[in-house]
Design a protein around this ligand. Structure first.
Ligand SMILES: Nc1ncnc2c1ncn2[C@@H]1O[C@H](COP(=O)(O)OP(=O)(O)O)[C@@H](O)[C@H]1O
Length: 223
């Protein structure tokens, strides 16, 4: 738990570290992540802190990011060379741990996964990833359906939609995609198929045993 005074200190340090537009984006991600955590029952303090600090390493040059990524073995050479834009998320847990040793592993992990995700995302990881895309300051891409889906669909479904939209965006823009992202996507597709199958098993589809039961209140079960 980061207390309000410490949060305020982190906020001020971020403001002096990154450019104004990045600072505003970070404030938007922090607030959006906190709201998502409230809606989906995750830790609001962790979400607000991870959202605030997720772009901490955007202040570093590509040269420095590549050096850190190589030092900590965070990305293969092809990724360091072809898509240096993803490196800030991978290096940030190391930089933030040095700067703020009290940050929990959960918060550091969510920061580290905010760009490319992972095959085993926690709810906090998903929340920070989604907040980065849908915070109010984001104007690019078609984020409206994602914003409309908040609270109307499960967190897993919202993350599936958000991850898919970032991949579509990258491909349509002719940009390279991190090689691990296809693994992430395939896990999300498989997990979603399981969820849909479970849901279909619970509702009155012709294939479900429920559909064969008599309609109307013929039997009242009192538990
Ligand atoms: N899976 C991915 N593979 C390769 N590049 C990606 C991937 N996801 C995002 N990017 C790119 O990485 C950069 C940083 O993305 P991100 O961290 O989401 O944005 P921001 O730092 O503005 O919050 C962007 O240029 C984005 O297009």
């Amino acid at each position: 738990m980061i207390d309000p005074d410490r949060f305020e200190e982190m906020r001020r340090l971020l403001e002096t570290r990154v450019k104004p537009s990045r600072y505003l984006h970070s404030m938007g991600v922090s607030q959006t992540a906190e709201q998502l955590a409230r809606i989906y029952g995750a830790n609001e303090n962790d979400a607000a802190v991870a959202g605030l600090l997720h772009d901490w390493d955007k202040a570093l040059s590509y040269k420095e990011l590549k050096r850190l990524a190589k030092k900590h073995k965070l990305a293969p050479k092809a990724v360091r060379k072809q898509m240096p834009g993803v490196l800030h998320s991978l290096t940030a847990p190391y930089s933030l741990h040095e700067e703020f040793p009290e940050l929990s592993p959960e918060v550091l992990q969510a920061v580290g996964r905010h760009t490319c995700g992972a095959t085993d995302m926690t709810d906090l990881d998903k929340i920070v990833f989604i907040a980065d895309i849908i915070e109010p300051g984001r104007t690019f891409g078609d984020v409206a359906p994602l914003r409309e889906a908040v609270g109307a669909v499960s967190l897993d479904e919202l993350f599936f939609m958000t991850y898919g939209s970032t991949l579509v965006y990258l491909i349509e823009a002719g940009l390279p995609v991190h090689p691990d992202s296809l693994d992430v996507w395939n896990v999300l597709v498989a997990e979603r198929a399981e969820r849909l199958e479970e849901e279909a098993g619970r509702c009155d589809s012709p294939a479900s045993p429920d559909a064969l039961r008599p309609r109307g209140p013929r039997v009242i079960v009192i538990e």
